[in-house]
Ligand binder design. Structure first.
Ligand code: NAI
Length: 335
């Protein structure tokens, strides 16, 4: 009995052998995200890249006694980005500037679009088969940018490109539990659409509180989930946006991608992906639940039954989404 268990646990440990790369690893999100990835037993090789500071973060994290090696790179090593990416299974991109009070995520486009384009080019060259998880805002535009870069390079695989919307999902669970007086760890809310203001659509009618929430509570909760990021931006007062909760969200999403790659069944997360749901209306990307597997996305789930209120929210979201997606695409195709 003992030897059977030992053998089984040995073989599953042996199978979990993944390289994960963080681009923008010395930033507000990058550092705690790298820390949380160091604690994930599926990660055996952790590569940290940033234009500054990544070797220090790597040296620091490398002393934690988990089963992974950690290396940090900067452009001072001309091959640094290549080394960080070669052979990697999952790439997380939190590189770029965050919001200050009064800014929308779209205000970040002018700086972050170029950063994401350049990093996507490197990923296409050195890690074309990796799963790519984009955190840099505006996600509704940066994910289409990565797609267009990959298409130009002839390496685009729609099943391996993700916009990370998990922070909206975490906020939805937390905020709902505060209203309902429940344990937040048991609250599950599907959040669809995109990752910015009115494009964020929490499907509260799909939760167990469907019939107990008043319309006022539903409206207030929806607004708080859509604009929860502003609470952090305002509280940080010029020092950036969500970093710690985002790191937790990014680590959870990367953990789910790794579970899928590792063959675990029924791994489902909402994510902003290349989606058929509204493609006929010219909306190439949409966030909804996806099942993750050994080849990335295995299935894109539909939205299920929606309330009239949610139908309206989706209608509004689609208008903004389409503009942001086209803006991202044009940044590459019309350059
Ligand atoms: P930060 O400024 O603290 O860190 C960004 C890091 O990126 C810095 O260390 C910087 O040196 C690095 N960087 C800049 N250009 C780079 C390049 N070309 N290559 C590699 N690294 C580069 O910013 P923070 O707070 O970590 O936010 C990062 C991004 O994540 C922002 O765009 C922010 O809007 C976004 N974000 C996304 C969320 C989401 O839910 N998807 C939530 C919160 C923030």
């Amino acid at each position: 009995m003992f030897s059977r268990i030992a053998k089984r646990s040995f073989s599953s440990t042996a199978a979990a052998n993944y390289k994960v790369t963080v681009l923008g690893a010395a930033g507000g999100i990058g550092q705690p995200l790298s820390l949380l990835l160091k604690l994930n037993h599926r990660v055996t090789d952790l590569s940290l890249y940033d234009i500054r500071g990544a070797p220090g973060v790597a040296a620091d994290i490398s002393h934690i006694p988990t089963n992974s090696t950690v290396n940090g790179y900067t452009p001072e090593d001309a091959e640094g980005l290549k080394k960080a990416l070669t052979g990697t299974d999952v790439v997380l991109i939190p590189a770029g500037v965050p919001r200050k009070p009064g800014m929308t995520r779209d205000d970040l486009f002018n700086i972050n679009a170029g950063i994401v384009r350049d990093l996507a080019t490197a990923v296409a060259d050195h890690a074309p088969n990796a799963a790519v998880c984009v955190i840099s805002n505006p996600v509704n535009s940066t994910v289409p940018i990565v797609k267009e870069v990959f298409k130009q390079k002839g390496v685009y695989n729609k099943n391996k490109l993700f916009g990370v919307t998990t922070l909206d999902v975490l906020r939805a669970s937390r905020f709902l539990s505060q209203v309902a007086g429940t344990d937040p760890t048991t609250e599950k809310v599907n959040v669809v659409g995109g990752h910015s203001g009115y494009t964020i659509v929490p499907l509260l009618s799909g939760t167990k509180h469907k019939s107990t929430l008043t319309n006022e509570q539903r409206d207030a909760l929806t607004h708080r989930i859509q604009f929860g990021g502003d609470e952090v931006v305002q509280a940080k007062n010029g020092a950036g946006s969500a970093t710690l909760s985002m790191a937790q969200a990014g680590a959870r999403f990367a953990g789910s991608v790794l579970k899928g790659l590792d063959g675990e069944k029924d791994v489902i997360e909402p994510s902003f992906v290349d989606s058929p749901l509204f493609a006929e209306e010219g909306i190439e990307f949409f966030a909804s639940e996806v099942t993750l597997g050994p080849n990335g996305i295995e299935k894109i789930h539909g939205l299920g039954e929606l309330s009239n209120f949610e139908e309206e929210l989706i209608k509004t979201a689609k208008v903004d989404l389409k503009k942001s997606i086209v803006k991202g695409q044009a940044f590459i195709t019309k350059a």
